[in-house]
Ligand binder design. Structure first.
Ligand SMILES: [Zn+2]
Length: 377
């Protein structure tokens, strides 16, 4: 697990459990998308499944690299979540008989035609039963127990989560469940209370800069600076930004926010924002078989609100540093447009979560931005 980047809190906690022999049977790995939760889950599974765990000089328990389980897992690399070859997921499940990765993409391989042909917006309960609940009750094929990783666990609907409760409550011996989620709020309290929750944080900017050095060498210094800000500590997001050309968003949206903060809002900002998200979602659906437009819209909108909110937070920090301590009123006046911007993104997130149409949500975002600005002038 020492190869996991920038998540020392989570990794130390897991190492401590391994070295004291007090592993939990169920975990929730939660935190922003693209910061290494799934990679950590795989690395932890590798140690749990190892038949001859070793202790290194620092007292950390590690996998041996030579037992049958380690040899099977050595062939695998964590799947690139944004890569179109989603079958990597199946490589993980079939290469090691006791490591099971449950993702919405498994629905494509269901015996049931209706489940198979459904757009991938959820993890169907049928998939959960056949890929987790039933195999959890069978004996391990090798000697090291069984690990089930549910990726994007927030995509289990309440009936799926309820179906999981019994397995979480009385897990068969030697079985470990790891629920990986970027949106822990969507898990039922009964699920959360039965798991050990481990928080993952955004990665330091330096990690994104290092990633740029390897994967985005063509960028100018300014583009690189903007990408690091937009990625907000997520390598998964940095990949999406470069792959789908989302730096173009920043050329339009960020200057519009600055103009709005100076009292000169852009008339059609709502529709510009909508068209960026819509075209990202169309490209994403084209690149991923069975991807749903609705889920891609939400993914694009999350990126957009994050871009806006991150810029607002950066401006707030800059302004707070420049504010004169003996003039709190002018300081407050300078900060308010950016506080109003953050409010507008939060409202937009809530609207989209309650299934309001994307175009209306974007217009509402632009209107509430203007309203907040007027109130702050
Ligand atoms: Zn081993």
């Amino acid at each position: 697990m020492d190869r996991v980047l920038g998540q020392s809190h989570a990794v130390n906690l897991l190492n401590l459990q391994l070295s004291t022999g007090r592993q939990h049977h169920a975990y929730i790995f939660h935190g922003p998308v693209g910061v290494g939760k799934f990679t950590t889950a795989l690395a932890y599974a590798r140690v749990l499944l190892c038949h001859n765990r070793e202790t290194d000089l620092a007292g950390r328990v590690t996998a041996c690299d030579t037992c049958p389980s380690c040899r099977l897992l050595a062939k695998l690399t964590p799947p690139d979540k944004d890569a179109p070859q989603d079958d990597d997921t199946l490589g993980l499940t079939t290469a090691h008989p006791d490591l099971h990765v449950i993702r919405k993409e498994l629905a494509r391989y269901s015996d049931d035609a209706q489940t198979r042909n459904r757009k991938l917006t959820r993890i169907p309960v049928e998939v959960l039963r056949s890929a987790l609940i039933e195999p959890a009750n069978l004996a391990a094929k090798l000697d090291g127990g069984k690990v089930f990783i549910v990726d994007e666990a927030e995509l289990l609907n309440p009936s799926g989560q309820n179906a999981l409760l019994k397995t979480l409550e009385e897990p068969p011996a030697g079985t470990t469940l790891i629920l990986v989620t970027g949106n822990e709020d969507r898990l039922l309290p009964t699920i959360r209370s039965r798991c050990m929750r481990i928080a993952f944080s955004p990665l330091p900017d330096q990690a994104v800069k290092d990633w740029c050095d390897q994967h985005a060498r063509d960028l100018t210094d300014e583009q690189r600076r903007v990408l690091v800000e937009f990625a907000a500590g997520s390598l998964g997001r940095a990949q999406l930004i470069t792959r789908y050309g989302l730096l173009a968003w920043t050329d339009v949206v960020l200057p519009a926010l600055d103009r709005a903060a100076q009292g000169k809002p852009t008339a059609d900002l709502g529709q510009q924002v909508f068209s960026f998200i819509d075209s990202f979602a169309n490209d994403f659906v084209k690149a991923h078989a069975n991807a749903s437009k609705e889920a891609a819209n939400k993914q694009g909108a999350d990126l957009m609100w994050s871009l806006v909110a991150t810029r607002a937070r950066c401006r707030l920090v800059e302004l707070a540093q420049r504010c004169a301590p003996d003039d709190p009123e002018s300081g407050e006046a300078a900060l308010s447009p950016w506080l109003a911007t953050i409010d507008a993104t939060e409202q937009a997130q809530k609207l989209l979560a309650s299934n309001v149409n994307l175009s209306i949500t974007c217009d509402h975002f632009a209107v509430s931005l203007c309203r907040g600005l007027c109130a702050s002038m």
